[in-house]
Design a protein around this ligand. Structure first.
Ligand code: CUA
Length: 153
C-alpha cells in the first residue's frame, strides 16, 4: 500500500471517529436539540396558569407575558415606561410561532405547550415603537401576525 494512501485512510478514519465520538459524548450529557425540548406538555393547565399582560416589578424591570396564537399576540400593544430590563414570556397553545422584535436581537421560537423566555435590555436612548412579528410560518394568517411594542421615556 502506498504511504500516502495509508495516511489518508488514517485521516478519514480519525475524522469519522471524532464525529461519532462527538455524537456519543453529546448523547451522554443529555443534549437535547430545541426541536425536542424536554418538558411536560400540558397545554390546558399551562393556559390556565398563564396570564397575558405586563407586570411591573419596579425600577424599570418588567415581566411581559404574551400569548401567541393564530394569528396575533395578546396583548397586541405592549407599552413600557422607562424599561431597563424586560423579561418576555411567550406561550403558544396552538402551533409553532415566532417572537421577533424588529431591529433588536430578540428573536425566539415559541413552541406550542411551552413558555419561551427571553430577557432584553432595551437601548437606553430609544423612545418610540418597535414592530413585533411572528417569523415562523403558522398558517394562512401568518403574514398578518404582529404586535406593537411602545417604549416611553
Ligand atoms: Cu404565528 Cu406565523
Amino acid at each position: 500500500m502506498d504511504r500516502w494512501e495509508a495516511l489518508w485512510i488514517v485521516i478519514v478514519a480519525a475524522t469519522l471517529g471524532i464525529f461519532i465520538g462527538t455524537l456519543v459524548a453529546i448523547a451522554g450529557v443529555g443534549y437535547i436539540p430545541p426541536s425536542e425540548v424536554e418538558a411536560e406538555y400540558r397545554p390546558t393547565d399551562a393556559v390556565e396558569e398563564f396570564k397575558p399582560g405586563v407586570r411591573s416589578l419596579g425600577d424599570g424591570v418588567y415581566e411581559v407575558n404574551i400569548l401567541a396564537y393564530r394569528f396575533s399576540f395578546q396583548p397586541n400593544k405592549i407599552v413600557l415606561e422607562n424599561p431597563k430590563e424586560v423579561r418576555f414570556r411567550i406561550y403558544s397553545n396552538d402551533v409553532l410561532h415566532g417572537f421577533n422584535i424588529i431591529g433588536t436581537n430578540v428573536n425566539i421560537m415559541v413552541i406550542p405547550g411551552y413558555v419561551s423566555e427571553i430577557v432584553w435590555r432595551p437601548p437606553p436612548d430609544f423612545e418610540g415603537s418597535y414592530l413585533v412579528i411572528c417569523n415562523e410560518y403558522c398558517g394562512i394568517g401568518h403574514s398578518g401576525m404582529f404586535a406593537e411594542l411602545v417604549i416611553k421615556r
